[in-house]
Structures are given as structure tokens and as C-alpha cells.
Design a protein around this ligand. Structure first.
Ligand SMILES: *Cc1c(COP(=O)(O)O)cnc(C)c1O
Length: 336
């Protein structure tokens, strides 16, 4: 695969750090856990969407766009990172925020990511929960085009074949990093939502024959739908990068047992995972994605489903800004 064939606008200095979580590994008495710090991608407190936005912004610039349009939940990390990139590129940014999480909590509705969206000058419109948000973003793009703008519409989570190239690049970066360090790794684990991260990682790792399986921990959909979404996108990405033979269905594995009551709804496992990483390692996870992803990893270790002899890389996809949208939930925990 030859990623320099695709337009790319560099946004952060690669590689992101790869750190050993010695305290957490000792605490769990299980495998050796490492963390790939994609929360350290610089732009407005970072996160995994910045990698996708390198390729999405590259294409937007190549097309002469003057406006980025995207969508997400009210506490969307993807929206916050897109707003930041638009600001940095001197573009207008129009975003649709979906009331996907049913809540009247003023912290959820005004703090965290959405506060930063406003600070960075996003033009925000709200939509009710449950509608087709990608269609709504396309409609908004058409409206802006009709009014004389040159919009570039980015799907939810930046998850299309262009955005997923960011995680093909991440897979290549990770393998170069561990080979340089002489570190043999057995597995990569991360939170999976709109599918672009996992699709890109799977294509990137398969493409360099790494023999390292990826486990996505779902945060929204049941397993069959999540795996189907990732597999469909992975095949599109494989074709886009010119990889022959496509992606085997078995290469896509998602465990969706840690979603809890639904997307963005807190779980006790998430609370424990966020607290453990904070107290043992000084690392901030997030309540919607990486907290549930780590809750899954911890449970799979405790139940012996991930072998104590392994070396596991947890991909930290960012999102700690979202903690401020969940202040009430964490304060209840301190009081208890
Ligand atoms: C978007 C996001 C994810 C999930 O990545 P997808 O590519 O949407 O599957 C994981 N963690 C965080 C913090 C995110 O913002």
C-alpha cells in the first residue's frame, strides 16, 4: 500500500507515543498492557478523528472547499476535532448535533465537547435523535452549495474510505514502532463506533501481513451489525488502496457486550475503567468510547479470555474532554 498516492494534510507529529502500563498490568495480574496514545494527536486536545481528518482535509483542500460540514452526538469528539481542523485551515464549519442521548443534564448539553465547538466558532444546528444524520448532513451541504459555498461533507465519525486511511497509516506506524523497539505484540484492542478506526487498522495490519488481530469493543450496535459495518468499510478501503483479495470476514471481530443500556449511557464498568486508568496511570479515558473499551479489556482479562501471557496494545482513541459532560455521574461515584 502506498498512502502517498492520497491527498493528506499533516496535523500532528507522528508517531504518537506507545507506553507500557506497568501499574495497570500489575494490578490486573494479567497480560502486559501497552497503550498507543492517539489521544495525543495535538489538535484541540486530540483523538482518533485527527488521523482521519488528515486525509479528509487533504481531499477537501484538493477540491477547493471553503466549508467543512459534519454531524455527531451533542458530546461528539469527532465534531470537536473537525471544528478545530476547520479553524486551523481558515474554513467555515457547520455541524449538526443529534440529541442521540436522552438527557436533560445541563453538563451534557453545554459542557465538554459542545462548549469547545462553540469556543472554536462552529455554526451549530440541532436535530432530534434517531434520524438519518448522514442524510441530514448531505442535505445541509446541498443547501450551502446552493447558497454559493463550497462545502465538503464529512460523514459521522469521519468513517468512509478516505477517513479510514488515517488508521491504515496508524497500523503501519504502530508496526514500524514495535519493530523498532523489538516489541512483539499479540493483539490490538480499541473502542469501535462508526467503524472507520477498526476498518483502517484491519486493512493496514493485513496489508503488512502483521499477523496481529484487532479486537473492537462496541459502544453502540449489537455485534452482527457492528461487524458487518466494519467489514463492509474494510473491503471498501482495501479496494481503495489497491489491496488484492479483500478482507476475510474472520479478520473483523467486535465484542459488543460492554455497551450497557445504550450509546453514551454510563456503565459501572466504564466508571471503574476510567477511575483505574486515572489513579494507576494518570491517564484520562472518556465515558462514551475508550472508557467502555477499557472496561471490556479489563473484563476479558479477569475472565481469562485474554491470556495472561500476552502483550496487548490498547489504542487510546481520545475523548477525555467528554468527561466534563458526565460530571454528575462521576461525582455520584466520589460520594458513594
Ligand atoms: C469516534 C471515537 C471512537 C470510535 O472510532 P470509530 O472510528 O468511530 O469506530 C473511539 N473513541 C473515541 C474517543 C472516539 O471519539
Amino acid at each position: 500500500m502506498h498512502l502517498a498516492r492520497f491527498p493528506r494534510h499533516r496535523l500532528f507529529p507522528a508517531p504518537t507515543p506507545l507506553e507500557k502500563l506497568g501499574n495497570l498490568s500489575r494490578h490486573l495480574g494479567g497480560p502486559e498492557i501497552w497503550i498507543k496514545r492517539d489521544d495525543c494527536t495535538v489538535v484541540a486536545s486530540g483523538g482518533n478523528k485527527v488521523r482521519k481528518l488528515e486525509f479528509l482535509a487533504g481531499e477537501a483542500l484538493a477540491q477547493g472547499a471553503d466549508t467543512l460540514v459534519t454531524q455527531g452526538a451533542v458530546q461528539s469528539n469527532h465534531v470537536r476535532q473537525t471544528v478545530a481542523v476547520a479553524a486551523r485551515l481558515g474554513m467555515r464549519c457547520v455541524v449538526l448535533l443529534e440529541h442521540r442521548v436522552e438527557t436533560n443534564d445541563p453538563m451534557y448539553l453545554t459542557s465538554g465537547n459542545v462548549l469547545l465547538d462553540r469556543l472554536m466558532g462552529a455554526e451549530i444546528e440541532y436535530r432530534p435523535g434517531g434520524i438519518d444524520m448522514n442524510a441530514a448532513a448531505e442535505a445541509k451541504g446541498a443547501e450551502l452549495r446552493a447558497a454559493g459555498s463550497r462545502p465538503y461533507v464529512i460523514p459521522g465519525g469521519g468513517s468512509n474510505r478516505v477517513g479510514a486511511l488515517g488508521y491504515v497509516a496508524c497500523a503501519q506506524e504502530l508496526m514500524a514502532q514495535v519493530d523498532e523497539m523489538g516489541l512483539k505484540i499479540d493483539r490490538v484492542v480499541h473502542a469501535t463506533g462508526s467503524a472507520g478506526t477498526q476498518a483502517g487498522l484491519v486493512v493496514g495490519l493485513e496489508g503488512c501481513n502483521a499477523g496481529v488481530p484487532v479486537l473492537g469493543i462496541g459502544v453502540r450496535l449489537p455485534r452482527p451489525q457492528q461487524e458487518a459495518n466494519v467489514h463492509r468499510l474494510a473491503n471498501e478501503v482495501a479496494e481503495y488502496v489497491g489491496m488484492r483479495g479483500g478482507i476475510a470476514r474472520e479478520a473483523v471481530v467486535a465484542n459488543c457486550d460492554y455497551v450497557g443500556p445504550g450509546y453514551g449511557q454510563p456503565t459501572e464498568g466504564m466508571r471503574e475503567a476510567v477511575s483505574l486508568l486515572a489513579r494507576l496511570e494518570g491517564i484520562l479515558l472518556d465515558p462514551v468510547y475508550s472508557g467502555k473499551g477499557m472496561a471490556g479489556l479489563i473484563d476479558l482479562i479477569r475472565t481469562g479470555k485474554i491470556d495472561a501471557g500476552e502483550r496487548v496494545v490498547f489504542l487510546h482513541t481520545g475523548g477525555s474532554v467528554g468527561l466534563f459532560g458526565y460530571q454528575g455521574f462521576f461525582e455520584q461515584g466520589f460520594a458513594a
